[in-house]
Design a protein around this ligand. Structure first.
Ligand SMILES: Nc1ncnc2c1ncn2[C@@H]1O[C@H](COP(=O)(O)OP(=O)(O)O)[C@@H](O)[C@H]1O
Ligand SMILES: [Mg+2]
Length: 456
């Protein structure tokens, strides 16, 4: 658009410039020729050759060309160049022929003598009523063309400069206009990634400011709604715990008093159901806590966490025939609280022991990622992401011991609140492998600082 505008302005300007230069050169040649002609009148018949020669030379210098003076029969009486012999006839030159009949003539033609395009201007010299001779001025057109070219080049450079400046100014203005939108987009992305504390900077035009304000109101409202929802789940879980505990006590009492075998069996099943319900209530409470915003920064030593989990699960593993082992462990620090890492490892090891009994279970860590692998049946067809859905139990879960289907949801929620994640897949060696990635701490913790807080 800018280029078009500049071209539309420059092209007519270039054309008129060429016409003007051309007209000026023509006018100058004619004025000079007429001036020489008027001074020639008194010296042409009889010819004062010295005077005529000096007149021709002075005029030639003024127009940077060649000036010849001929008598009434077209014979040279003076030539600024001295190229044509005195007395030789120029009557056959069209412009001279025209001048000798009393007409001012100006032609652009190709000169065979000079092998160049020339502008020839001839005017008559009136000594009486008819022309007594003529003065001709010739100039090379090349120099005129060169002058026009120089002017055009100047114009092109100005045009280019205008385009460059226009583009730079356009880019600066566009950036200023789009910056608030880009920032708002960044804030929206952060909210989409789960960071509900992200706020948009209120800046830019009135509409942009209004948009940013509405965006901030929306995230604040979302925050309030989510907090209310979490609070409700936490309250409900708390409220359910007491009656559940009471119910279990009563069932146990009834079980102790039961005499009938069938009755005892029914009561045992009821107690198991109540236990499952209590587990679900507990895990729901945990899930609602895990979903709370990012807690203060903390650091966990990877090796310490893995050794702790190993100690906690070694005996339980031996009970179900699982040899819990420590593989290679990279020295690394995670930017998250150790209680969450412990909770993640517990849920994953609990699954390994439940769904891969009698197989070795290995804990290892490399490149900032913890892996827990077992030698069990692995995942069912198409399982993987689905196992992280709440209450979803997979193939192994359905044939294995009772569960809630909430373990992996909790694990993922806990990892994500620190900016990490958890995946489960079939291990190439058979069995399942759980990959826990957590952000690495960049500064080592101060061992004397009991607050366990760092910058990550
Ligand atoms: N180590 C494992 N090997 C095979 N399947 C597993 C393993 N860990 C988890 N799973 C599958 O993932 C499902 C969901 O696990 P989880 O969320 O902990 O719930 P739950 O253990 O209560 O079933 C399990 O039911 C099981 O099918
Ligand atoms: Mg589980």
């Amino acid at each position: 658009m800018l280029v078009l505008a500049v071209v539309a302005l420059i092209v007519p300007l270039a054309v008129s410039l060429r016409d003007r230069v051309d007209a000026e050169v023509r006018l100058e040649a004619r004025t000079e020729a007429e001036a020489v002609a008027s001074r020639t009148v008194s010296v042409i018949a009889p010819p004062n050759l010295a005077r005529l020669k000096s007149l021709a030379s002075t005029a030639a210098q003024a127009v940077s060309g060649r000036v010849v003076i001929v008598n009434k029969s077209g014979q040279i009486v003076a030539d600024s160049d001295g190229a044509a012999a005195l007395g030789s006839s120029f009557a056959n030159r069209p412009e001279i022929a025209a001048a000798l009949t009393g007409h001012v003539s100006q032609v652009k033609r190709y000169s065979t003598t000079l092998s160049a395009e020339i502008l020839a201007t001839a005017v008559p010299v009136y000594t009486g009523s008819s022309p007594g001779g003529a003065v001709r001025v010739t100039q090379s057109v090349n120099s005129v063309t060169a002058a026009i070219r120089r002017a055009w080049l100047g114009l092109a450079l100005i045009g280019l400069l205008v385009i460059v400046l226009g583009l730079v100014a356009g880019a600066v203005i566009a950036r200023r206009i789009t910056r608030p939108i880009v920032r708002l987009d960044e804030a929206a992305r952060r909210v989409a990634d789960g960071d509900l504390t992200a706020a948009a900077t209120v800046e830019g035009s009135t509409e942009q400011r209004a948009l940013a304000t509405s965006f901030n109101t929306m995230t604040e409202r979302l925050n309030v709604l989510l907090a209310a929802q979490r609070e409700f789940v936490a309250d409900a879980s708390h409220q359910l715990r007491t009656p559940l505990a009471g119910m279990r006590l009563r069932l146990e009492e009834a079980r102790a008093q039961a005499t009938d075998a069938e009755q005892s069996q029914e009561l045992d099943a009821a107690i198991a159901e109540v236990d499952r319900l209590a587990l679900i209530v507990n895990e729901l409470l945990e899930l609602s806590r895990a979903g709370e915003g990012k807690p203060p920064l903390a650091v966990t030593d990877c090796a310490t966490a893995l050794h702790g989990a190993f100690e906690r699960w070694r005996a339980a593993g031996a009970n179900v025939g699982c040899a819990v082992q420590l593989g290679s462990i990279e020295e690394t620090q995670f930017a998250c609280h150790h209680s969450d890492v412990d909770r993640i490892l517990d849920a994953v090891l609990e699954n390994a022991l439940a769904y891969a009994p009698g197989t070795p279970v290995e804990l290892s860590a490399a490149a900032g990622v913890i892996r827990v692998s077992d030698g069990g049946p692995g995942l069912g067809d198409g399982e993987g992401e689905a196992l992280f859905e709440r209450f979803h139990r997979g193939e192994a879960g359905r044939v294995g011991p009772p569960g809630t289907g909430l373990g992996l949801s909790i694990v993922r929620e806990l990892a994500r609140r620190w900016g990490g994640d958890v995946e489960i897949a079939d291990s190439p060696a058979g069995g399942a492998v759980v990959t826990i990635s957590l952000p690495q701490a960049t500064i080592l913790p101060n061992p004397y600082d009991s607050s366990n807080r760092i910058e990550s």
